[in-house]
Design a protein around this ligand. Structure first.
Ligand code: AP5
Ligand code: MG
Length: 218
């Protein structure tokens, strides 16, 4: 099964992608998580891309395509994957199509999580994540059992550097300029599944599973 999760920053892609990947038994591959790990580990790639994430711009296509392709070449991705946050430009989408075609594979579906702008800003403003296992929380909507600590591994939760108001504004503008046009690209291919991302995480998850039924196993 090969799925793509799209949607504006803060829509809930990471939150839902984790659950869907787990239920389907496929790895959750998030380009943002890959980049943040490189930055945290101060690798040469991390040093090169740091400024893009800090300002809310997209990392250039050649770097992004290489990083994601490297992850998809790993053994655990052989039977499928769920891509979260990639592709984000037409160039990335075309690179993915070429790679899939070369392997005789195709996408099952592209989920577009649709959420109102006011909700997005509130969701990003209160986001906290676990630096160890990546689990995502919200100070108001999705609280950990013990304030400030991850339910799974107990690590101290952190706010993302790019969730500052100025960077959030830039990320939203980048999304509308460079990523939103992909909705039409996948709609034309008959792959797009529009999912209402409003409501509680459980409500969104239930909608997602219901709508994905028709596409799974294609
Ligand atoms: P990335 O990490 O992909 O960030 P993003 O797309 O901006 O999306 P987010 O992770 O901010 O939001 P999300 O939709 O995952 O929401 P979440 O589930 O966390 O990318 C970061 C940067 O990396 C980019 O700006 C760019 O620089 C670079 N990059 C990444 N991919 C790239 C690419 N392909 N090309 C070039 N550059 C790339 O939820 C948000 C909050 O809401 C959380 O607090 C959560 O707990 C809460 N929440 C979620 N669902 C609900 C709900 N239903 N109700 C209430 N609260 C909810
Ligand atoms: Mg995310």
């Amino acid at each position: 099964m090969r799925l793509v999760f799209m949607g504006p920053p803060g829509a809930g892609k990471g939150t839902q992608a984790r659950a869907v990947a787990q239920r389907c038994g496929i790895p959750h591959v998030s380009s943002g998580d890959i980049f943040r790990a490189e930055i945290d580990n101060k690798t040469p790639l991390g040093l090169k891309i740091r400024s893009y994430l800090e300002t809310g711009e997209l990392v250039p296509d050649p770097i992004t395509v290489e990083a994601v392709a490297g992850r998809l070449a790993a053994a655990d991705c052989a039977a499928g994957w769920l891509l979260d946050g990639f592709p984000r430009t037409l160039g990335q989408a075309e690179a993915l199509d070429r790679a899939l075609a070369a392997g005789g594979d195709k996408l099952c579906a592209v989920v577009n999580l649709e959420v109102e702008p006011e909700i997005i800003v509130r969701r990003m403003g209160g986001r906290r994540s676990c630096p160890k296992c990546g689990r995502i929380y919200h100070v108001e909507f999705i609280r950990p059992r013990v304030q400030g600590a991850c339910d799974v591994c107990g690590a101290a939760l952190v706010a993302r550097q790019d969730d500052k108001p100025d960077t959030v504004r830039e990320r939203l503008a980048t999304y509308h300029r460079q990523t939103a046009p992909l909705v039409e690209y996948y709609e034309r291919q008959g792959l797009l599944v529009r999912v209402d991302g409003g409501g509680t995480p459980d409500e969104v998850r239930a909608r997602l599973f219901e709508q994905l039924k028709a596409f799974v196993g294609r």
